[in-house]
Design a protein around this ligand. Structure first.
Ligand code: FDA
Length: 318
């Protein structure tokens, strides 16, 4: 059984401007967009972050943008991240376990210029350093998102280069890639913070598992490696099987909340987020904002038929 039979079709329209326009012109679908993305502007985001922090959850804020094709756009993304870090650092936060930080930003190297020709990786690395330097001053952490498989090796190389100066720099591993168990081993040995997710892009079978059952098994293999390693596993999933496995492994390996994070997306399984936080676990919510929300939204719809049904009902005005 594939992950979701409609997933390839949805991901195929993920670049369509026409579909994006349709979504914003209907109030019903605009409300649906807001379920996953609290707003386009920073003040909307800051209001949502404040509410999450006051409920005892940590945040990782993503300024939406990817596939940047010119230098000015990459510079604008860096400027937005610097302003965002400033605004986040001014928010009141609740107490967190030793060794954890309640505030984090998530960045995509493609938004920082990774695809700008031969100099792209160097530009993105420099931009990442600028963001990390500001974040360090403000007491905010940074994690670099994982994008499609053509960027995996370059992204791991960049984070590996920058991490010695910013030990809290997080890296994302996508369990659906065949290479990921080995990558987890390397990162666990290096003591890195690793966000483990299943993977959200449309990938060929030459590089990635296609069947849900294989992706799920790969996730659990990677999770065992990370939980037994020296780093800090960031369990990014809404899957009850994954959450239960992480809790069992935490007991077996003696990991306390400061050395393990549960991470979920804004608007998804909010009750479970609050339940985990109430029982004393460290929960971080991935909070996206910005006008480039379309690709992000399409990946959310592709993940889950129920999200898609919700979307189609909203589109039909019911
Ligand atoms: P999956 O979608 O397989 O669902 C499994 C089960 O979870 C379902 O059967 C259901 O029980 C439950 N569930 C899921 N959604 C639900 C809902 N809406 N309501 C109720 N129950 C629900 N991807 C990527 O490629 N690069 C990245 O950098 C990131 N970053 C990232 C950060 C964070 C914090 C998260 C949580 C996720 C990502 N992802 C990501 C996305 C990730 O790869 C993946 O696509 C989604 O998290 C969906 O996979 P799940 O593990 O949640 O389970």
């Amino acid at each position: 059984v594939p992950v979701n039979p409609l997933r390839p079709a949805i991901l195929a329209v993920a670049g369509s401007e026409r579909v994006k326009r349709t979504l914003t012109t209907s109030p019903a679908t605009a409300a649906m967009v807001q379920r996953f993305v609290p707003g386009e502007a920073r003040p909307d985001l800051i209001a949502a972050a404040r509410t999450l922090l006051m409920s005892g959850r940590a945040v990782s804020v993503d300024y939406l943008g990817e596939n940047t094709t010119d230098r000015a756009q990459a510079d604008a993304a860096v400027a937005e991240y610097l302003a965002l870090i400033n605004d986040l650092a001014a928010l009141p936060t609740t107490e967190v376990p030793a060794g954890a930080a309640p505030l984090e930003v998530s960045v995509k190297l493609s938004a920082l210029g990774q695809a700008l020709g031969a100099d792209g990786p160097a530009i993105a690395t420099e931009n990442l350093r600028t963001v990390c330097t500001k974040a360090a001053e403000a007491g905010v952490w940074v994690t670099v998102d994982a994008e499609d498989h053509t960027t995996t090796a370059a992204t791991l190389a960049v984070t590996g280069q920058v991490r010695p100066d910013f030990p809290w720099l997080g890296t994302v591993i996508q369990a659906y890639l065949y290479r990921s168990e080995d990558d987890c081993r390397d990162l666990a040995d290096a003591g890195a913070r690793v966000r483990l997710c299943k993977g959200a892009y449309r990938e060929p079978e030459t590089v990635a598992y296609q069947r849900r059952v294989d992706v799920d098994r790969a996730y659990l293999r990677c999770l065992r490696v990370l939980m037994r390693g020296a780093g800090r596993p960031l369990v990014a999933s809404h899957d009850p099987v994954v959450l239960a496995a992480a809790a069992d492994l935490a007991t077996i390996t003696g990991r306390r909340p400061g050395r393990l994070e549960y991470q979920m997306l804004y608007g998804i399984r909010t009750d479970e987020q609050l339940h985990l936080a109430d029982r004393g676990d460290f929960v971080r919510v991935y909070l996206p904002y910005g006008h480039q929300w379309y690709g992000y939204l399409m990946r959310r719809l592709a993940e889950r038929p129920a999200n898609l049904a919700f979307f189609l009902r909203a589109l039909a005005g019911r």
